[in-house]
Design a protein. Structure first.
Ligand SMILES: [Ca+2]
Ligand SMILES: [Ca+2]
Length: 210
């Protein structure tokens, strides 16, 4: 019976394509980390995010550039050795088979090529190794804050979203701000297929219970 109820909820959620709820915690990196004025710092974890590789999450506050949103943004080619770092956030309560739209703002810090890249990875929690590569964004300064959009499909209710610095490790890299995730507005064919499977599963369980 429990499984039957779950199937109904899952099927219903596939129709809720207009939902715009952001499931990212601290996507704009504005949570207080003790920085004031024009400062930066490297942190093992911040509200919603943890270091999954490298020396840490570097928060910049009113420093190299103006934040795209609020006062703080992230640079993952961080201070200290092993500067190219990764930060992850575990997401819960996702709809299996649903496609989510990931939006974030990106800006390159340096004018060198292969120096400011950011990889986006997406995988089932809590398996973080190896990262499941989704896509990469790269650029060279000068450039404005640029909106980057990607589409990620949940293969489990718990997924991990990871951003990683790529390119030359020199403590200078791409900036990230204003990360959000929402259900994609257009249903994907895969979602429709899953809906069919969900209904078949429901019918199958009903027969077993009869
Ligand atoms: Ca921000
Ligand atoms: Ca770099």
């Amino acid at each position: 019976m429990k499984n039957t109820v779950k199937s109904i909820i899952m099927a219903g959620s596939l129709f809720a394509t207009s939902a715009s709820a952001t499931v990212i915690t601290n996507g704009s990196f504005e949570s207080n980390v003790g920085l004031t004025g024009s400062k930066w710092g490297v942190f093992n974890s911040i509200d919603g995010w943890y270091t999954s590789d490298g020396s840490g999450i570097e928060i910049q506050r009113n420093t190299i550039t103006t934040a795209q949103d609020g006062s703080q943004y992230v640079e993952l080619d961080s201070h200290h050795g092993n500067s190219n770092s990764s930060m992850s956030q575990d997401l819960f309560g996702l709809s299996v088979g649903e496609t989510y739209q990931l939006d974030f703002w990106y800006k390159a810090r340096t004018g060198a090529t292969n120096d400011n890249g950011i990889n986006v990875s997406w995988g089932e929690s809590p398996d973080l190794s190896p990262f499941t590569y989704a896509f990469n964004v790269d650029g060279v300064a000068p450039m404005p804050w640029t909106l980057v959009t990607g589409f990620l499909t949940a293969t489990a209710a718990e997924m991990t979203l990871t951003f990683s610095a790529t390119g030359t490790e020199n403590t200078l890299g791409g900036f990230i701000d204003n990360v959000s995730l929402k259900v994609a507005s257009v249903p994907e064919p895969a979602s429709i297929a899953l809906l069919g499977l969900g209904l078949l599963g429901l019918a199958s369980r009903r027969r077993k219970q009869a």
